[in-house]
Design a protein around this ligand. Structure first.
Ligand SMILES: Cc1cc2nc3c(=O)[nH]c(=O)nc-3n(C[C@H](O)[C@H](O)[C@H](O)COP(=O)(O)O)c2cc1C
Length: 250
């Protein structure tokens, strides 16, 4: 097992994997790490679909064009899940609050599922696996994915996580400097310095992209991310949530 420091500071997304299967005991460790995730009130409003069916992985690749989905050994789909608690509430004759109609309810499910995914990322890293979060599975065709995975009402995809024995070791990507991430006791007030630091970071990313191993580009940070957000404007997630039994009103 790698040390916690190695797991956290040397992690990079890995998108190329060996054909070899992940040992069963490693998957068991990842399952346990996911199971012990901190969740809001210990409510555990998440669940995970573990895909090892090559056929299904290929279908998901066809849908997304993300190659790592068919070459990974296991694909974990992290779901926000109010189905489980609704089932028991119904069985015990308890009234289910309209939690699926609130932003808070939606947020809790997303946080629970995201933290569970991060538990898996760290456990996978510790066990020497490579992992890659795949948000595209949430956005590419939500209705189709819900149908393929037979999701009941109250359940929606938050993110996928491809896992496998690594076939590459990508360079660490430059992240924002700690000065842009942390401030003491209140939000930073020195706007001009922030802009300067952001410009510097933008240049660092540009340089990294122009010189990195395994495919260079002319991308900076800000335009590239804004371009992505521009595409995201076209996702219709609210409608998808409605289809999954959510009706956010407040
Ligand atoms: C919520 C989320 C969604 C992501 N979606 C994708 C994706 O659809 N495809 C992909 O190749 N990488 C995806 N990534 C990986 C990011 O591109 C990657 O984490 C980021 O570029 C930073 O690189 P690093 O993980 O190597 O530090 C996703 C990461 C997160 C956290």
């Amino acid at each position: 097992m790698k040390t916690v420091k190695e797991c956290l500071l040397e992690r990079t997304s890995v998108r190329r994997y060996e054909r070899e299967a992940i040992p069963a005991e490693t998957m068991e460790f990842i399952y346990k790490a996911i199971q012990n995730t901190p969740t809001s009130y210990n409510g555990q409003q998440f669940s995970v679909i573990d895909i090892d069916d090559q056929n299904l992985k290929e279908q998901l690749y066809e849908l997304t064009n993300q190659k790592q989905l068919k070459t990974c050994n296991r694909l974990l789909i992290f779901l926000s899940d109010y189905n489980k608690i609704s089932l028991l509430a119904q069985k015990k004759g308890l009234e289910m609050p309209a939690f699926t109609d609130t932003m808070d309810g939606v947020t809790i499910g997303i946080i629970d599922a995201s933290l569970a995914m991060m538990s898996a990322v760290v456990a996978a890293q510790a066990a020497g696996l490579g992992s890659n979060c795949v948000g595209y599975l949430r956005t590419v065709d939500p209705a189709k994915l819900a149908q393929m995975l037979k999701l009941p009402k109250g359940v929606f995809v938050v993110c996928g996580l491809a896992l496998g024995i690594p076939r590459e070791q990508p360079d660490l990507k430059p992240k924002q400097p700690t000065s842009l991430i942390f401030s003491k006791n209140e939000y930073r007030q020195d706007r001009d310095n922030m802009v300067k630091e952001l410009e510097e970071y933008d240049e660092v990313v540009k340089h990294y992209n122009a010189t990195r191993a395994g495919g260079t580009s002319t991308n900076d940070w800000v335009s590239h991310i804004l371009d992505y957000y521009d595409h995201a404007m076209h996702y219709r997630i609210l409608q998808y949530l409605k289809d999954q039994g959510y009706d956010i009103k407040w």
